[in-house]
Design a binder for this molecule. Structure first.
Ligand code: NAI
Length: 342
């Protein structure tokens, strides 16, 4: 069976890391027909729109997409394409596993926790207005429906991944109604999963806990803004943004993308670390049921990191994106002859 998958190369380093990921998936012998669509700044210049309708149509048709990062202008300009995609397709759960890799020194040995971030509302709903010159207002939108479904997703995910605890991260001591509602939904959902411990932590204390002892974390469920910030903090704990993958999951569609952005500071230089998107590709393969290929890629990436000689600049090495990708593809070829250590 050949999969048809939407591929959005995106901006900045996006096309470079997408090309790397495509190569690795193809090297794992997964038959894919890629439907390539542009979105973001590049297409805005040509067509005056950042998210042409055929991008959404393609994802709706194929159900699965792999996406490079898309830049968003700061303080002015077009609305974030990333946020629009998540809202339009109702990709309500953003899953970001934060795991250390062999040979990449994490802050804490064996860091391995997962962030499940609500992906469609909160302060990212885009409800902002200028009330008068010098006074701006933003609405924090939290609903029972979206809070409940993301908490349910987090517990289901914890169950699937054999995790012991789900921790809700909130600020309900101050935002009693909005965060209070999220917390209430979490408590209601947690009662349906007695085998999984339910824990609660205030977001500022969570940030401290992550930096002091990330090993205590298991699965986190939180709102959009807190999840966005904490996942970059998580990336910093395990070696940086070049490593941490992500999945935007909806009831019908799923879009897989790294946590990192378009990295304009290194774009076009061929030095981006493709690991985060390759790992997002692994999440995509698991989603498609291509478990053997997903595991083979994980072992190949792990092998390259264990060997230690091929590293991109963000991790102190000198390898280019292509050289790193070559090494992963070579390790994958080797798995076809003799399995690499698990
Ligand atoms: P960024 O994640 O693009 O870069 C932050 C730092 O991490 C930079 O120094 C960059 O070089 C480095 N970095 C990121 N990914 C890397 C990789 N794969 N390999 C090596 N180094 C890497 O964050 P920044 O600069 O704040 O955002 C740039 C643009 O990306 C903005 O327009 C932002 O809106 C957008 N963005 C898009 C996202 C998406 O499409 N999902 C997510 C986050 C940001």
């Amino acid at each position: 069976m050949t999969y048809t998958i939407t591929l959005i190369p995106g901006d900045g380093i996006g096309p470079e890391v997408c090309e790397a990921t495509k190569r690795v998936i193809e090297a794992a012998d997964v038959p894919v027909k890629w439907e390539v669509h542009e979105a973001g700044a590049a297409v805005a210049e040509k067509r005056g729109m950042t998210l042409p309708p055929e991008v959404l149509e393609s994802i709706r048709r194929n159900k699965v997409a792999l996406k490079g990062p898309i830049g968003t202008p700061i303080g002015k300009g077009f609305k974030s394409v990333n946020v629009t995609l998540r809202q339009e397709l109702d990709l309500y759960a953003n899953v970001r596993p934060v795991r250390s890799l062999p040979g990449v020194e994490p802050r804490f040995e064996g860091t391995d926790f997962h962030i499940v971030r609500e992906n469609t509302e909160d302060l990212y709903a885009g409800l902002e207005l200028m009330m008068m010159p010098g006074v701006a207002q933003g609405v924090k939108l939290i609903t029972d429906r979206c809070s409940t479904r993301v908490c349910e997703y987090a517990f289901e995910y914890a169950q699937q991944q054999n995790r012991k605890r789900v921790t809700v991260v909130h600020k309900a001591n101050i935002m009693k109604l909005t965060d209070g509602l999220f917390l209430e939904c979490f408590r209601r959902v947690s009662a349906k999963y007695p085998a999984i411990e339910a824990a609660e932590i205030i977001v500022d204390a969570c940030a401290m806990q992550m930096v002091k002892n990330a090993n205590k974390l298991d699965v986190i469920v939180t709102q959009n803004l807190y999840g966005d910030i904490l996942s970059d903090l998580g990336a910093g704990l395990v070696g940086g943004l070049g490593i941490v993958p992500g999945a935007n999951i909806g009831k019908k569609e799923a879009v897989f993308e790294a946590v990192h952005g378009s990295a304009p500071d290194i774009a076009g230089r061929g030095i981006a670390n493709p690991t985060a998107l390759i790992q997002s590709g692994v999440m995509m393969l698991h989603h498609l049921g291509e478990t053997d290929a997903a595991d083979a890629i994980t072992r190949a990436v792990t092998h390259v990191y264990q060997q230690g000689s091929v590293r991109t600049a963000d991790l102190g090495g000198t390898a280019t994106t292509t050289q790193f990708t070559d090494a992963v593809c070579k390790a994958l070829e080797a798995t076809k002859i003799a399995p690499l250590a698990k």
